[in-house]
Design a protein around this ligand. Sequence first.
Ligand code: FAD
Length: 310
Amino acid sequence: MSRVPFSFELHPPRNERVAAELPSRIARLVAAGPDFVSVTYGAGGSSREASLDVLKHLIATHPRVRAMAHLTCVGSTFAQAGQTVREFLAAGVRSFLAVRGDPPADAPEGFAAGEIKTGAELVQLIHRIQSEYAPYRESAVPGLRARAVDPERREEVTIAVAAFPNGHPRSHSPSQDIDTLLAKQAAGANLAITQLFFHAEDYFRLVRRAREAGVEFPILPGIMPITSPARLHRMLELSGEDVPADLAVALEVEPTEEGRREIGIRHAADLARRLIEGGAPGIHLYTLNQHEAPLAVLERAGLIDAAVSG
Ligand code: FAD
């Protein structure tokens, strides 16, 4: 079987203890050979410095792995968002995940959503700035020491966007979700990563609808090993997904932490295997800055060797 690509999502550390542990966890994740590692970004720019620090660490310490920066636009002007994109490009970031971000939970009525209102508009902005910043590849000139700009070979950049197998909570219909993906494609996105979900059929339905409508970019399924009832409820709260009854019951009745961990890993690994068998182009793992459970999922799903996950 040819190698199935996989990738990881990290969060900027929330405290000094996590910050101190993160480099060794990143090293373990990177040793497994991910296609890219993405770093989330607090809506409204709340984690700007911390996100950039993790990205700089990835670029400096693990230069062979693609570092992908999430960026949000909610509450920001074109000038502010443009400045952030330039700052990230200057730090060496060449892959982005452009999302709108959500207004703060306590936002007052009439909260100013900012000038950039959708993920698609942020894609467009990143695209424009990126092509100004690093528009062309250079190639060696035969017989000379000089390098020439090759106008036919633009630097390949990734601009990923969010996709929602069970619909975005604010969306009015499944067709609105597909129209949103089409708008993101028209704006220049070339990859989508899904919200976490629990049933392979939800993902396959999204992909089927997207393809029928003309969405061409790969849609990577995002999955997370859920290893406790508390984490399950928190994730459902954040994502707006429905409680997967089988997993919820199994986690509730299992008395030991070790047993719950095993349930979460097995559930995510089964899902990953079914997704790959059904044609998913890879697996994106939400790690919550952990390495053991995500690596165990990849190993159980047959995507990496036991030696790497151990
Ligand atoms: P959009 O594409 O702009 O819109 C999403 C949907 O909402 C569409 O279906 C659209 O039609 C509908 N919609 C938009 N506005 C309205 C409206 N006013 N009324 C009705 N419907 C509307 N958030 C962060 O803050 N930081 C992150 O790092 C981050 N990373 C993420 C990574 C992934 C893979 C995913 C799936 C989500 C991530 N999010 C992150 C969450 C994301 O910001 C939210 O889900 C946000 O609500 C949607 O972002 P979007 O880019 O898909 O929005």
